[in-house]
Write a protein that binds this ligand. Sequence first.
Ligand code: PEP
Length: 255
Amino acid sequence: MKQKQLIIGNWKMNPRTVLEAQKLFDDIKKEVAVFQGTDVAVCPPFVFLSGLSALNSGKEISLGAQNVSSEEEGACTGEISVGMLKTLSVKFAIIGHSERRAMGETDEMVSKKVVAAVKAGLTAVLCVGERERDHESAFLQILKEQIIASLSGISERQLKNVVIAYEPVWAIGAKAKGVVEPEALLETIIFIRKVLSDLYSQKTAHAMKILYGGSVDEKNAGSFLKEGGANGLLVGRASLNAKKFVEILKIADNI
Ligand code: PEP
């Protein structure tokens, strides 16, 4: 059976108000019922999760968090626990996004967060990606180390609750230097599966969802999913525009 594509919108620190968040969510929700071959999730800022969860009684769109605490409870000012997210029917947690790694999040912290999320039954969207892509392919070693360290507490059985998002840092955001060519993406995804196969098993590595993220829009989405071999997309800027995001969903659903 064909594997479903997974398209996740990462709203980052947007939009500015609850009303804008609800409008954006509603505009996407109106369109998603028709998609058969695509799972859709959005990851709004924490403060909007509760309101959006209330709007989502039919669970047409899965909700995700953009980060999570590795601790279950206690003296962790400013943190949000996996248990809290579960009470809001949150399904995904983005972990190890490059913007958080740039704020000081280490592989060790990422690993603890992945364990906390998976133990609670959330699906961890583990972000990995090189800062620069060099011609000698040294970036592959960086990717390998990130994957091994970030999954160090995860058993083969638990891996079904992990999705990998390959997000080359140089391709993310308004200052991106470019996007990955689909052929280069395919090679990188094959490499990631090889790392997973060596760590776990070929069967598990093959079954794992590997998403691509970095300047995805309605013009290039199809090439990442078809020629690039990605099982889905993590979409930043384009997910803040309902029309563009729905266009990406349509493209994914037609593959
Ligand atoms: C992201 O930050 O996860 C991302 C992919 O952003 P953008 O699509 O805006 O490059």
